[in-house]
Structure formats: C-alpha cells, structure tokens
Design a protein around this ligand. Structure first.
Ligand SMILES: Cc1ncc(COP(=O)(O)O)c(C=O)c1O
Length: 419
C-alpha cells in the first residue's frame, strides 16, 4: 500500500493523521464540502501536465501544436485550463464544440473529429469557423461541400488507418486494419485527390490515431510512415493515445520518451517544414484527479464486498475495457487489519465493480474510499443508470476547493420528460 500515494496527483501528500491531501485539500474535508461521490481535480497537476506536453513537443518539433482531446474530460473548466495553457482542443461532436467555445478557445484552434458526423455537426463546425475538420469518410466530404458557403473554404485533414495494432484492449484500439475510424491508405488516396480539386475544401493534411492506453512507444512511431506515404502536406496530426498510470504495475513512457519515438519517426518521414499536431487525452488528465466515495455496505461471505455510493454511473472504465484501479480507505492507506475485498458500486449489474481484489484496512460503513487516476473518461461517460445523479467535479488548488460542475439534482433526472 505504500505506493498508493504515488498514484494520486503529483501535488498530493498524507496529513499527520494519514488522510490524503490533494491540491492542499484533505479528502475528508472535500467529501464533507461537496458530498460523495465527488471527482476532485488537482488543478496544479493538470496545468503542469499541459505545460510538460507543450514544452516537450515544441523542443522536438518547433512548428507544432498540442490539442487536448476533450473527450477524455470534456468539462468546460478542464477545457478552459487547457486553453489558458495555450493548447488547442480536439472535439468529437457538436456538444464538445459548444463546451470548447464556452471555455474560450479560438475556433481556429479546434480540431473536429467523428466517424459519423451528421449534417447538424458539420454545419456547427463550418458556422463556428472550426480550424480543422478531420474527414473520416467520403460522406463527410459530401456534407462539407453541401455546407460550406460560396466564397469560403474549410480546412480539412483526412484520417488514415495506418494498419498498426497496438498492445491495448480491443475496445480502445483504432489504428488496426478493419478499424471503423478513417480510411485505408488505398481508400484515402482518391478522396485526397477529390478534396484537392474541391472549391470549398482545402486539403491541409492527414491524421492518424492508433488507440488509447498504449504503454509502449513503438506503435506511435510505426504509425508515421503509412501517413507519410500519402504525400507532402502542410499538416500531420499524429493523434493521442499515450497510456496513463492507474496502478503500480503500470509504467507508461514519460511524455519525453513517447515524443522521442514519435517525433523521431516524424523527422525520418515528414517534411521538415510541416506542422505536427498531437492530441493527448487520457495521459493529459488521468493522473490529475481522484474520486472520493463513501462506503455504504460491507458484506462478508465467500467474497468480501465493499459497496460504495457510486460505481459504473461515474466510472465506466472497468466495465468498458477492464481497467484496473487502486483504492485506499481515507486515513488508513497503510492501516492495520488489511482485508482482501472487492470494491463494488451501487448499480444493478454484477459488472459494476470498481476494484476486483484489493487489500483495504478494516473497511467499515461510512469510511471514505479514495480512488486515484479517475481523470480520464470517467466524467465523460457518467450516466443515469438506476436513476444515478451524475457526480460533481471540484478543483483543488493551494488548499482551496471550488465546485466546477454541480451534482445532478433529482429534478434534473426528469427535466427532459415532456409527458
Ligand atoms: C482522434 C482521437 N484523437 C485523440 C484521442 C485521445 O486519445 P487518448 O485519450 O488515448 O490520448 C482519441 C481517443 O480515442 C481520438 O479518437
């Protein structure tokens, strides 16, 4: 358990009584102020990561941009931090365009993705002057040509399937042959020609993204040559995908090591004057946050279940791709009487597990449980299953905490009912 603290945001510590302190705020005080469950973001850690990415990329390729993949944590306050740190935003769909704009991003710094963009989203992208629309298929081109007004042009990238199979869960793999995202180089070549001849579209370059939670650097490097073969363009967007550290067994490459490999390949294959974009999501936000739950039941039997007041309504990562998390009882990370338990949520599914097999110190009803590394894809996939009210998000910084997203109310749950 000694390592548990190392999974919390970089600014975390243990108080004299053993309570974890994140962003200068004690977990018990955060639970008291905002209720549980609550997702707490250490703002300084988030900003530090954004700066690390920007600094490490520009040191290796000066004509470059980091755009945060909003989908990993599309909360306006998080997007605003990224914008304040000088990053652009990658959005997937109309909703993320709107929160990105609310966060104050220059629309020209937005990269718009989607494998099934509809007319409305294409119109939103064009109307708001989104910088780059990433074309996934020829229907995107039909829609864009039907939407961009006479006398205007829309800059586009074309998403390429590089045929690279990274070592990650199949559900978050995207660069393999047969992926639903993008086009094979053979399919892309005629579409690129078509765009180059279009009056309304400007062919700016190509895009590639091999998948998510990737813990080795080779797949990133391997993805560059297949896109380089399609020709010379002003822009190459090399996607995101770097893995994060959820558990002490994980040792994801440092940002610098990842970029050594990726930009090393770029230097080998891409035109020196081109702009390189990267789109980190998970690795940008994952380790900057934790979720605090309250234990509601401890049931000892063949398996000891510690049930908490959240679960798959606020963290779908376990059910979606079997992500392992760690956890500790607040105040007793290293406490006495460790017991091997399974931490489960309050939802009506046996798959509603938060941590399958973990030693917790004498877990009891009303204890607080802290789960680190919940910054990526938890907020965004939160849901109302079993009438769950989606949980709040608080930022902690220098000993002060502020609510940035409130908890859903009971009234919110029926707010869309029209009958
Ligand atoms: C096109 C694109 N770019 C970037 C990302 C971010 O990936 P990650 O969160 O793994 O960094 C994704 C996520 O799947 C994506 O689909």
């Amino acid at each position: 358990m000694a390592d548990l603290l190392s999974l919390f945001p970089v600014v975390s510590a243990l108080d004299a009584d053993g309570t974890v302190v994140v962003g200068g705020c004690r977990a018990d005080a955060l639970g008291e102020e905002f209720g549980t469950p609550v997702l707490v973001v250490a703002e300084a850690a988030l900003r530090a990561r954004a700066r690390e990415y920007a600094g490490e990329l520009s040191a290796r390729w000066s004509n470059s941009r980091v755009v945060f993949a909003s989908k990993a944590f599309p909360c306006t306050a998080v997007q605003r931090v990224m914008v304040e740190e000088g990053l652009g935003l990658d959005v997937a769909g109309g909703g993320e365009i709107l929160t990105a704009l609310k966060a104050g991003v220059d629309p020209g710094q937005i990269v718009h993705h989607g494998n099934a963009k509809n007319d409305e989203e294409i119109a939103m992208a064009v109307d708001h002057g989104i910088g780059l629309v990433v074309v996934d298929n020829s229907d995107d081109v039909d829609r864009l040509e039907a939407t961009v007004p006479e006398g205007r042009t829309q800059d586009v990238l074309v998403r390429i399937i590089p045929g690279v199979t990274a070592n990650t869960h199949a559900h978050v793999l995207t660069g393999h042959t047969g992926s639903k995202f993008g086009l094979s180089p053979d399919q892309a070549a005629p579409l690129i020609k078509r765009i180059e001849n279009s009056r309304q579209l400007r062919m700016q370059g190509v895009h590639v993204h091999v998948g998510s939670q990737i813990l080795d650097v080779e797949p990133f490097a391997e993805s560059v040559a297949p896109v380089a073969r399609l020709g010379e363009f002003p822009v190459y967007d090399l996607g995101g995908g770097l893995g994060a550290r959820y558990t002490w067994a994980d040792s994801p490459p440092a940002v610098g090591a990842y970029l050594d490999a990726l930009i090393g390949a770029a230097k080998q294959h891409l035109p020196a004057e081109a702009q390189v974009i990267i789109e980190p999501g998970r690795s940008m936000v994952c380790e900057s946050a934790m979720t605090i739950y309250r234990v509601t039941t401890v049931k000892r039997g063949a398996v000891t279940f510690v049930a908490v007041d959240g679960g798959m309504g606020d963290n779908l990562e376990v059910a979606l791709f079997e992500q392992r998390f760690e956890a500790g009882i607040v105040g007793r990370f290293d406490g006495p009487d460790p017991e091997l338990v399974t931490v489960v949520g309050r939802h009506c599914e046996s798959g509603d597990v938060l941590v399958d097999g973990i030693a917790l110190s004498a877990p009891a009803v009303d204890d607080l449980l802290a789960v680190p590394a919940t910054g990526a894809y938890c907020f965004t996939m939160a849901n109302n299953y079993n009438g769950n009210r989606r949980i709040p998000v608080a930022f902690a910084r220098d000993g002060h905490a502020r609510l940035v997203v409130r908890r859903e109310t009971w009234a919110d749950l029926s707010a869309r009912d029209v009958d």
